[in-house]
Design a protein around this ligand. Structure first.
Ligand code: FAD
Length: 407
């Protein structure tokens, strides 16, 4: 079976890798030109089950070696003493294996693991899809025309495949009432591998050092209701300046760097909410189908695990596997969806009481012995989503002739 995958970030390369191991012929189309692929990006998290998938792909050691090494955070607030949080201990109770890594680094590692298993087309995008029940005719922006047995959208929150096959994104994006702005800037505060955050009611301003570039990433998360054009970066920068212009703290030095920022990201924190993730021979995986919201719902781990499951279910049942895949991952997706409004509510404090209590609670949790941390996490959704190591076993479907060891 020939499978076209749109998007070569997290879900796309994982899906391509496993499909090849089961004897499929994957092609991956990525909008970004090859020279810019895998550059930069924000820090993302891999938890137990996703760690297991990448271990089975043989890339866990590279992922661990590239981890961000942000081990400590200082939380500041107006009129209160700073609180130190030991980030290296924050996740001990949630997940037996956890790594924070820049998305660009992860993308590069996953691409390297799958490049020999798939055809990659960089700097192109799907223009039209025509599913006739037996296969899908595809035209690309470059003018290329090809036919595939299946097409999978792994092209993120603003998925092109979803727009073409499921309709406009305004119908499926559910804003959670928050916004996220991120950009890179020089390390003017000498942060190194440290994270600095400032909490106030409705706002979280943070920055962390990126050892690979020597720069820092500045992040603004805030509650509100804004109208903006998602393509107009200058308008979004102006909105950020309007909102934080008189915030105080270290924000003036951050905003000073904004006009020069090349990688400015601004988006509403929104979930993708669809009842089904396939139509005929076209399917969705990762953020494209069920983004829990950027930075609040563990979307990266979900994308890795779901791509592994999708490949396994397609290997089991061919095109009918699209339906079975939905059944397998639905509980995970539902948990993530429930989790993200709560995470957003915690990291962007909604009240003065939350501003007062949250940093101390985080510091205390990080100091608890692992067994006690586990007990705390086991009582709530966060623990349930991230501590799971359960993965379906598809090893009997692997094709030994793909030249790789069966895990
Ligand atoms: C600022 C920010 C902070 C985040 N922080 C965290 C975090 O702390 N922890 C966490 O787990 N997750 C975090 N996330 C979410 C995480 O990045 C996603 O959940 C994860 O990357 C999803 O992977 P994906 O492969 O499904 O989609 P994406 O990583 O979004 O990749 C989509 C790919 O498709 C490509 N593409 C887009 N359109 C087209 C097209 N028309 N044709 C071809 N290719 C196309 C894109 O270039 C990209 O390569 C954060 C997200 C953001 C934006």
């Amino acid at each position: 079976m020939k499978v076209l995958i749109s998007g070569a970030s997290v879900a796309g390369p994982v899906l391509a890798y496993w499909l090849h191991r089961y004897g499929f012929e994957p092609t991956v189309v990525e909008r970004t030109p090859a020279a810019r692929h895998g550059l930069g990006g924000h820090a993302v998290d891999l938890y137990s089950a996703a760690a297991e998938v990448t271990s089975r792909m043989g890339c866990w050691d590279s992922i661990e070696a590239a981890r961000s090494r942000l081990d400590s955070m200082t939380v500041e607030r107006f009129g209160r003493r700073p609180v130190e949080v030991d980030l290296s201990r924050m996740y001990a109770g949630i997940s037996s294996r956890h790594v924070e890594i820049l998305r660009g680094e992860l993308t590069k590692i996953l691409y390297d693991a799958s490049r020999g298993s798939a055809e990659y087309l960089f700097g192109d995008s799907i223009a039209t899809l025509d599913d006739d029940g037996e296969g899908v005719d595809v035209t690309f922006d470059s003018g290329l025309e090809r036919r595939f047995d299946l097409v999978i959208g792994a092209d993120g929150l603003h998925s092109n495949v979803r727009r073409l096959a499921f309709g406009p994104e305004t119908e499926v994006l559910r804003p959670l009432g928050g916004y996220l702005a991120v950009f890179s800037m020089p390390d003017v505060f000498g942060l190194g591998n440290h994270m600095l955050a400032h909490f106030s009611v409705g706002n979280l301003v943070g920055m962390y050092g990126v050892r690979q570039t020597g720069q820092v990433r500045a992040a603004f998360l805030f509650r509100g209701e804004l109208t903006y054009d998602h393509r107009d970066k200058e308008q979004q920068k102006a909105l950020l300046v309007k909102r934080f212009g008189d915030y105080g703290w270290k924000v003036p030095q951050l905003l000073e760097q904004l006009p020069q920022a090349q990688d400015f990201y601004f988006d509403s924190i929104a979930q993708v909410s669809l009842d089904t993730w396939h139509r005929g021979r076209i399917g969705l995986v990762g953020d494209a189908g069920y983004s829990p919201g950027p930075a609040v719902g563990g979307g990266t781990s979900l994308a890795v695990v779901a791509a592994y499951v999708l490949a396994g279910e397609l290997a089991k049942a061919g095109a009918a596997g699209l339906r079975n895949y939905e059944d397998v991952i639905r509980p995970l997706v539902d948990n993530s969806r429930k989790l993200s409004p709560k995470t957003m509510g915690t990291i962007i404090p909604g009240s003065a009481l939350a501003v007062r209590l949250m940093p101390g609670a985080a510091a205390t949790l990080a100091k608890l012995p692992t067994s006690l941390q586990r007990l705390v996490w086991s009582q709530n959704e966060v623990g349930k989503v991230f501590s799971s190591t359960a993965l379906p076993d598809y090893s009997d479907l692997l094709k030994p002739e793909s030249g790789q060891p069966v895990p």
